[in-house]
Design a protein around this ligand. Structure first.
Ligand SMILES: Cc1cc2nc3c(=O)[nH]c(=O)nc-3n(C[C@H](O)[C@H](O)[C@H](O)COP(=O)(O)O)c2cc1C
Length: 196
């Protein structure tokens, strides 16, 4: 039985003309063309109420959101660099789940004028806390230099996006296959506690 790779792509800028969202959409197109099933969650178009541990789990929107995350094999996250960190909108989204992230691949695109290294580090920390894998690198770009009016204008950045599309697909599939096997098996791996 073949399993298409399911990707949840999350656009974490609330800016109307967000460059990180524009780049994410280009990557989504390429992943779909390569046969992946991609669900796009644009937090500008679909605002998410602030997470509260007291009320969110019983809120009407929560079950559908958690199901979208549960269905994904890969979390592809795009965010602007805000004060050396991820956007509050993306952090708020990430706060909504953790078990649903376990054993999955996180990949990130950051709009930054400073390479976004601290943002990637923080996303990696969040992934680790939730038992998720991270790609061993992050992709960053500078608005106007690399992207103009939603178009990629730098050859270097174009190449890094092609690398990202390849690696999300290849490593996403490898990890998804192993995750399914571990969830279905009886071995004592870290996913044992997530068996139903
Ligand atoms: C509140 C705020 C904080 C920011 N902090 C940084 C920063 O620390 N480093 C940086 O390189 N850019 C910073 N920026 C610039 C944004 O990261 C940059 O404009 C980015 O391209 C916006 O992405 P977007 O178009 O997807 O929203 C900041 C912008 C805002 C509004």
């Amino acid at each position: 039985m073949s399993h298409p790779l399911h990707i949840l792509a999350v656009a974490g800028s609330l800016g109307e003309k967000s460059s990180s969202c524009a780049v994410l959409k280009l990557v989504v197109e390429q992943l779909r063309a390569a046969g992946c099933e991609v669900d796009l969650l644009d937090l500008h178009a679909e605002p998410l109420a602030m997470f509260s541990p007291d009320t969110t789990y019983a809120a009407p929107h929560y079950a559908a959101l958690a199901a979208r995350v549960a269905r994904a094999d890969v979390l592809l996250l795009a965010t602007p660099d805000y004060h050396g960190s991820l956007s509050s909108a993306l952090k708020n989204f990430l706060d909504h789940c953790w078990k649903e992230f376990a054993g999955k691949l996180f990949a990130a695109i950051v709009a930054s004028h400073e390479k976004g290294l601290t943002v990637h580090d923080q996303l990696r920390t969040i992934a680790r806390q939730c038992y998720a894998w991270s790609l061993p690198y992050g992709v960053s770009f500078a608005d106007k230099e690399d992207v103009q009016d939603g178009r990629v204008v730098s050859e270097n950045f174009q190449k890094r996006l092609a690398m990202l599309v390849h690696d999300v697909r290849v490593y996403g599939e490898l990890l998804a296959r192993q995750r399914r096997a571990d969830l279905a098996g009886k071995e004592p791996g870290f996913l044992a506690r997530h068996r139903k």
